[in-house]
Design a protein around this ligand. Sequence first.
Ligand SMILES: [Fe+2]
Length: 267
Amino acid sequence: MIKCPEFLPNHLAEELVKETLQAKLLVTNQLLIGTAHSVELIRQRVGSVLGQDVVFFKAFLFLLTETTYEGVRVDDGEGWHNDASCNDVNGECINVWIPLYCSGQSSGVRVATRRDNEWLYSALPQAGARLDVLTKARRPDLFEGDGSDDLLVIDAANGAGISLKVSDLILQTAVGLSVGDAVIFSQRDLHQGIHGDGVRIQLTLKFVVDSNAAIAEETASSTSIKPTLSKHGVLERQLMRELLGLQAVHLRESGRVLPAPISFHEA
Ligand SMILES: [Fe+2]
């Protein structure tokens, strides 16, 4: 994981927020923003951080609030996962994780990188496979009662995997991020979103490293999935639009990101 504080200068953050507002958001949370000027500038910056050329692949926009995060907190793996969205193209795929609005100090991501946890990834049958992750807290039926292991990591395609203790993983954590910061990590690495307070609107840009694969820009034709009121449903889209609209105005007028709102306590 590479933490990049102040990765985007304010003018680029403002441009990115505006182009996010203009881009089409599919019901799958995919954002059609690949041709945006700000994304091209970010692509160049990512290439210079990594020292390798990268090619834009896909973008996703997420909203994290207490309620949208609840579904993650209670799933069988407590939100631990890797991404497999780039497995159909050549080359290593990286996530560039950019908060566009962040009012919480306890919101972010933790990653078990391959570099830090080679023993884990080398025990898995295929590099880059989609992994199913199950925790003892959520699925005690899958663990021996008196054993100390509390995490199962399983290759989703063939069922092979290993059992381990979360405390044996070396984790890198990025929280308390501000607009303009970025976090870069491999989509193959196990990661878990963290959300303790506030609201976070996050753009994930995916780039393929040094790929010869022809990557076509996604088009609006991929909208055939029936819309539903999901965790990122209609109401949340309205909230995202309004907060990003305020963020763009604030970046333009004050040159700074929106301050965190004054917190209130329930009676
Ligand atoms: Fe992910």
